[in-house]
Design a protein around this ligand. Structure first.
Ligand SMILES: [Zn+2]
Length: 198
């Protein structure tokens, strides 16, 4: 009989992304036999990160201070805004090292079947940013699944206005998967090969 506290730990770990039942078991058994100081350090790091990190009120990136470093860095091109689905997509694009503009995180994609409508996403916030920031181009960098396509199409229509380019990164991202699965080279090529939507 496995002690209840170990079962509870395995269950909690198993809910994390990328950790299946076998890994959850291995990590749990490791933790309950590790130095108690090391486990405390891990627990503290988890709590501290969770307490400090929030979403940037302007762009939706994960940050310790709002507005975030992306929004306030004067070396980044304020005319370019790359629209992504989740904060993790920013990390992928940053790793590709080719983008020097700003970001906007939608927080999901339009999916009527799952009850996600445009108003549930940070689309109105992007509209507000257009009024106060010198944005000349919106680069849509969403995944290539059906919802990603529909969301890109919706944004293209909603933001169509004189003086604003709306581009979409070139295809080449894995079908049905988000940006987080694209490697750095694919991503930088997709960004360079972006095309105007119309
Ligand atoms: Zn920001």
């Amino acid at each position: 009989m496995v002690p209840a506290s170990i079962t509870a730990l395995i269950t909690a770990l198993n809910q994390l992304p990328g950790i299946g039942p076998r890994s959850a078991e291995r990590i749990a058994l490791h933790l309950v036999q590790a130095e108690s100081a090391a486990v405390k350090q891990l627990a503290d790091a988890l709590l501290r990160a969770r307490e400090k990190i929030r979403l940037c009120a302007n762009c939706g990136a994960l940050t310790e201070k709002s507005p975030c470093d992306f929004c306030t860095d004067p070396r980044r091109d304020a005319a370019l805004v790359c629209v992504v689905e989740q904060p993790v997509d920013i990390l992928s694009i940053e790793k590709s090292g080719t983008f020097r503009g700003k970001y906007h995180v939608l927080g999901g994609k339009i999916s009527p079947l799952d009850g996600v409508e445009p108003d549930d996403l940070r689309i109105a916030d992007l509209e507000q940013r257009l009024k106060r920031e010198p944005i000349k181009e919106i680069i849509i960098a969403l995944g290539t699944d059906v919802e990603g396509d529909a969301t890109g199409f919706y944004l293209g229509k909603r933001f169509a206005r004189p003086g604003l380019r709306i581009t979409r990164i070139a295809y080449g991202l894995p079908a049905g998967a988000g940006l987080e699965f694209a490697d750095e080279l694919t991503l930088s090529r997709a960004l360079e090969g972006r095309r105007e939507m119309n």
